[in-house]
Structures are given as structure tokens and as C-alpha cells.
Design a protein around this ligand. Structure first.
Ligand code: HNI
Length: 142
């Protein structure tokens, strides 16, 4: 789905609000994903998946940083996420159905913590943007 100029500016605005808390939002999104979709836990047998654990906090920061990179390079999301895309497709081999689950949880976390920034227009743009992120992260599966 093509991101319009309006979408891009909405995404950048939402991210500027989220950024100071991005790691917490990432951790909250992971916690929601593990609770709502327990099968996703099978990819993290080496993690302490208790809500608030050091593993979840550290991984939340990494996921949020990757999304931040995609925002910063919104005209070249595939380039920005190239290494992570290869990692998921060739090494971690996460079933592609799981990506929209995490991105939905990410949106829910933003809505829960920064409700004011999500209007119909910005929510739609973030949804489209996260859809692009998922498309990139699943583009190398063969
Ligand atoms: Ni994902 C590692 C980003 C979806 C399972 N993941 C990473 C890393 C980033 C990342 C960044 C760290 C890479 C590194 O260490 O170099 N993951 C993202 C993003 C999304 C995503 C941006 C989607 C929006 N990952 C998912 C999903 C699953 C998943 C949906 C499984 C349900 N990811 C993993 C696992 C690792 C991982 C497992 C390795 C964790 C570790 O540290 O061992």
C-alpha cells in the first residue's frame, strides 16, 4: 500500500510523540502480543516472558528502534530494515502470520498510552505504515 505525503507526515508526527517512550511502548506491545497470541511465545524459549522482565524491556527497545529506523527512512523502509528482514526470514524464521499480530499490538499500545495522537487520519496512516513494515519483514521468505 502506497504511503501518501499526508501518511508520511502523520507517521512522523505520531512517532515524535511516541519516541521519548518508544522502548516502553515496544515492551508493552510485546507483552500484549504474548498475552493475546500465546503461540508467539514459542519463538522466545530463551526469554523470561514475565511482564516487565529485563528480557521484554530490552527486546521492546530493539523492536521500537527498528520501527524508528523505518520512520526515519520512510521513503526506503526496505533498505532501513534490510538486515532485520534477512534475520527474520533466514535465521529466526518467524511464521509471517505473526507480524501483523505484533504491529496491531503496537498500535494498541500507542492508543493506550498516547490516545490524543491517534485520530482517524493518523491511526489510518500508522496502520498503513506498519503494514509496509510487515510487508518488508516478510519479503525475503522463500
Ligand atoms: Ni523480531 C529479533 C524487530 C516481529 C521474533 N526483531 C528482532 C530484533 C529486531 C526485531 C530489531 C533484534 C535483531 C538483532 O538482534 O540484530 N521483530 C522486529 C520488528 C517486528 C518483529 C520491527 C515487527 C513489527 N519478531 C517479530 C515477531 C516475532 C519476532 C512477530 C515472533 C512472534 N525477533 C523475534 C525473535 C528475535 C527477534 C525470536 C530474536 C530475539 C533474541 O534476542 O534472541
Amino acid at each position: 500500500m502506497v504511503l501518501t505525503d499526508d501518511d508520511k507526515s502523520h507517521v512522523k508526527h505520531v512517532w515524535s510523540v511516541v519516541l521519548p517512550h518508544a522502548g516502553d511502548i515496544g515492551a508493552d506491545a510485546l507483552t500484549r502480543m504474548f498475552a493475546a497470541h500465546p503461540t508467539t511465545k514459542t519463538y522466545f524459549p530463551h526469554f523470561d516472558l514475565t511482564p516487565g522482565s529485563a528480557d521484554i524491556k530490552a527486546h521492546g527497545k530493539k523492536v521500537a528502534a527498528a520501527i524508528g529506523e523505518a520512520v526515519a527512512h520512510i521513503d526506503n523502509i526496505a533498505g532501513a530494515l534490510d538486515k532485520i528482514s534477512t534475520l527474520h526470514a533466514q535465521k529466526i524464521r518467524v511464521d509471517p502470520v505473526n507480524f501483523p499480530l505484533l504491529s496491531h499490538c503496537f498500535l494498541v499500545s500507542i492508543a493506550a498510552h498516547h490516545q490524543e495522537v491517534l485520530q482517524a487520519s493518523t491511526l489510518l496512516s500508522m496502520d498503513k505504515f506498519l503494514g509496509r513494515v510487515c510487508a518488508v519483514l516478510t519479503s525475503k521468505y522463500r
